[in-house]
Design a protein. Structure first.
Length: 578
């Protein structure tokens, strides 16, 4: 290891080394906790940001994993400092963890800025924790490694493998249709989530940890290791050892996250059959690093990158445990090798693509070659038109192909409660040609853009055997979701976007091959409706919610706060120590 820094160069030395009153206070209070000079003298101090909580089932093993990280830090001559961070449990936080992703990003940045640390290991995995932690750490600019929580074991009921989220949605439709019993439903409930770890489908959690790895922010192969596998403990200790070296090497995120690294991450995401949420988060992460990623960039890469991971919900048969046994993300990178740039490096200091020629693909039905893809294009498509001037998103591989080109009359709901009445009415007059529209569910309208976009199938259609239809909203949907769902319509209806001008019966046209989403309403008529439109009352009058409302950007910009983008100056600098 070649050292680019000496002890006197470290941030922590500014707290701990000077012979003055303030540093006396720092040292004496460290000694109050049982530490001695041998713990910090000449050593980097490494923050271990732990998103464990008793409301976070995906991270229940993080109490243990933090100890393995700290062991690795100590083994390599560093001093660990564990700091708790917001856990953002996707399963319990309401109205949505998306409302608080930026709060975690701010907390991460300020934890690292305000404490005497030289680098960090970021422990996350559940959906918004990956982008939140990474966004904050990128803005702070200290060396860091991301430690993914890992997927849980596959679910099981009655001899069938279950995928979290994906099968919950599928069987809920069957429950509402009356094709499965309450006893079966309870059995599925008890078998679908069998261990700690995040969702074992290619949902948002697996998508975002894969993006973090493809961007160079994890150890090679780290994102694929199941949470309950002993390799996860070994990986955790290696994160601790490596971050100490990164501090001495001054390997900061600015040297890792380049334009080519972002493009690599997008290509890998598309090949995994990624969550639609990936678009919002990867845009926000890239922009924190000063890289102006746009929706059109994602669509361009997606058009030429096939889905090769046969993992639910885009795939049919397999889950993340199978993906790991088949070779994991490094094996997928090998299959799409020609799509990846050799320039970017990772937290190892070596190129992302180094060693891919020696990686084995153990099951090429799980991780397919590009000559035999799950879907011929990437996972996501970006749509534009007079209904979504700034863009909307759909997951073509996860919906019935007959809806790739579709037109039909709109059924519009102004709230989720209103939509629920429509879908729960078994006699509501509709056909599968209709287009369900939910609006006022975007970044400001939701508030926080909840995962309401995979609107459940209406009972009126379920009883006739239908299991898919076109649904449009300015909300998001879970990465474990599926169906002909158009999401992230921007600008959202709540701030005056065209979605707010739509009326029942207006004809909507969806054309995925041509990437368009339009309403057959004349511009003259739209102008009349626009003149009559009135802005709804703000969702918040105080606190974090008010700050969120005033500063959150639209979905096509990544839903970051406008004052946190890199072009606004990036890190605010080190606090004066006196």
């Amino acid at each position: 290891m070649t050292k680019a820094k000496t002890y006197s160069d470290l941030r922590s030395a500014r707290w701990m080394a000077p012979d003055d009153l303030r540093s006396f206070g720092h040292r004496s209070r460290a000694m109050q906790m049982g530490y001695g000079p041998e713990d910090w003298e000449g050593k980097p101090i490494v923050a271990v940001l732990n998103t464990w909580s008793e409301a976070q089932p995906c991270h229940m093993h993080f109490k243990d994993r933090a100890e393995w990280v700290k062991r690795g830090i100590l083994q390599n001559g560093g001093m660990p400092m564990e700091l708790p961070a917001l856990s953002l449990s996707e399963t319990f936080v309401k109205p949505t963890t998306m409302l608080y992703r930026n709060l975690l990003a701010m907390e991460t940045e300020e934890l690292l800025r305000s404490h005497p640390v030289d680098g960090a290991v970021l422990m996350g995995g559940c959906d918004k924790t990956t982008p939140g932690l990474v966004m904050g750490a990128v803005s702070m600019g200290l060396p860091f490694i991301y430690l993914p929580a890992g997927p849980m074991l596959r679910g099981n009921y009655a001899g069938n493998a279950l995928g979290s989220g994906t099968d919950a949605f599928k069987y809920w439709d069957e429950r509402r249709a009356g094709t499965i019993s309450k006893e079966q439903w309870v059995g599925i409930e008890g078998g679908i989530a069998r261990s700690y770890g995040h969702c074992m489908t290619m949902g948002t959690a697996s998508t975002m940890t894969a993006i973090a790895e493809a961007m160079g922010l994890t150890l090679p192969g780290a994102s694929s290791i199941p949470a309950a596998d002993a390799n996860h403990q070994r990986m955790s200790a290696e994160c601790g050892r490596r971050i100490v070296e990164m501090v001495w090497e001054d390997l900061t995120p600015g040297k890792i996250i380049t334009r080519e690294a972002v493009d690599n991450a997008v290509a890998v995401a598309m090949a995994t059959g990624c969550s639609t949420n990936a678009i919002i988060h990867v845009i926000a992460m890239a922009r924190r690093a000063g890289i102006p990623l746009e929706l059109d960039d994602l669509d361009r890469i997606g058009r030429t990158t096939p889905v090769v991971a046969n993992i639910r919900p885009s795939g049919k048969n397999y889950l993340m445990e199978d993906f790991y046994y088949a070779g994991g993300l490094r094996a997928l990178m090998k299959q799409i090798r020609e799509k990846l740039s050799d320039k970017p490096i990772t937290v190892t200091g070596r190129p992302l693509t180094e060693g891919l020629d020696h990686v084995q693909v153990w099951n090429d039905d799980v991780i397919r070659p590009m000559s035999n893809p799950v879907y011929h294009e990437g996972s996501l498509a970006v749509l534009k038109g007079n209904l979504a001037p700034d863009g909307a998103v759909i997951k073509p591989a996860a919906c019935d192909p007959k809806f790739h080109k579709h037109f039909g009359p709109a059924i519009v709901a102004d709230s989720y409660a209103e939509m629920k009445k429509i879908i729960d009415d078994p006699d509501y007059p509709m056909t599968c040609d209709h287009v369900l529209v939910l609006r006022n569910a975007g970044p400001q309208g939701g508030p926080g853009m909840p995962e309401w976009g995979m609107i459940p199938m209406p009972k009126a259609l379920l009883k006739d055997g239908h299991r898919d239809m076109v649904r449009i909203s300015d909300a998001r949907m879970s990465g474990t979701s599926f169906g002909a769902c158009v999401l992230h319509v921007a600008p959202e209806a709540f701030v005056g976007g065209p979605l707010g001008l739509l009326r029942d019966g207006d004809i909507i046209e969806l054309d995925i091959p041509n990437r368009t989403l339009t309403m057959r309403v004349s511009e003259v008529e739209l102008e009349k409706r626009r003149a009559a439109w009135t802005a709804p009352a703000p969702r918040y009058e105080r606190g974090y919610g008010l700050m969120f409302t005033k500063h959150v950007e639209q979905a096509d910009k990544g839903c970051d706060f406008d004052f946190l983008r890199a072009e606004f100056g990036g890190p605010i600098g080190e606090p004066e120590i006196n």
